[in-house]
Design a protein around this ligand. Structure first.
Ligand SMILES: *Cc1c(COP(=O)(O)O)cnc(C)c1O
Length: 229
């Protein structure tokens, strides 16, 4: 078995174990393989081991890999900050965008989504830690942004995404993930139909699964430590 195949298996075991502890079915938790900085061959190896959904943060890098892997039916997720001049390429080449944090960007994505493709799946990125440096809309503004996104014809609002403050303290990890889940519950109560909680990475996926993640975004635990970014 390749190193990536066995790492993937390990991550799936971690998800299954965490789901079991939480009394959840692990089939309700999708694994997004975050492949930023890794070459196309690494993704091909993950594909051979059964992985289909890949997350990328840098547009040019992602496009090069899409071209190299055009023979494979992969599902591409954009998870990085969105510059407005990149909205058109993102809307054209990705199936999902996890990092929508402004109505203006959402409008551009909707306008640019090609008519022949299904609606672009969108998560709103929420700043759950309150750090000024962090991307994401403050929780108090999420409902307003959700309404704006829902009104755009070529986007399908799927849920919420967060990158919490990094901490080894599991209680603090869970607190931040719980904030995202509670916000999802508030929006659901307000009438939004959200089926996705995109939260949890290599270091904290157990806490995220415990708090209700439906999609975990895992990079280094699958591909290895990144050298930069
Ligand atoms: C890089 C990245 C990840 C994966 O992080 P790891 O710690 O390598 O698992 C997840 N989500 C986002 C938004 C990222 O940029």
């Amino acid at each position: 078995m390749s190193a990536i195949a066995s790492a993937l298996q390990g991550v799936k075991q971690r998800i299954a174990l965490a789901a079991g502890v939480a009394g959840r079915d692990d089939r309700d938790i999708r694994l997004l393989a975050v492949s930023k900085t890794w070459p196309a061959e690494a993704l091909r190896e993950a594909w051979a081991a059964g992985q289909r959904a890949f997350g990328e943060s840098y547009v040019q890098e992602a496009l090069a890999k899409m071209q190299a892997l055009a023979d494979l039916p992969l599902e591409w997720h954009f998870i990085g900050p969105i510059q407005s001049n990149k909205a058109r390429v993102i809307a054209t080449h990705f199936a999902w965008v996890h990092s929508v944090e402004r109505a203006g960007i959402a409008e551009r994505l909707s306008q640019a989504r090609p008519p022949g493709l299904p609606e672009l799946n969108v998560c709103l990125q929420i700043n759950v830690s309150g750090e000024a440096s962090k991307h994401g809309v403050p929780p108090e503004q999420a409902a307003e942004l959700a309404r704006q996104v829902e009104n755009l014809p070529r986007l399908r609002l799927r849920g919420l995404m967060a990158i919490p403050r990094a901490t080894a303290d599991v209680r603090l990890q869970r607190q931040q993930f719980r904030r995202l889940r509670e916000l999802r519950d508030e929006l659901t109560a307000a009438g939004f139909r959200l089926d996705t909680l995109s939260m949890g990475m290599s270091e904290d996926l157990e806490a995220a699964v415990a708090e209700g993640a439906t999609l975990v975004r895992v990079g280094s635990a699958i591909f290895g430590a990144r050298e930069k970014f």
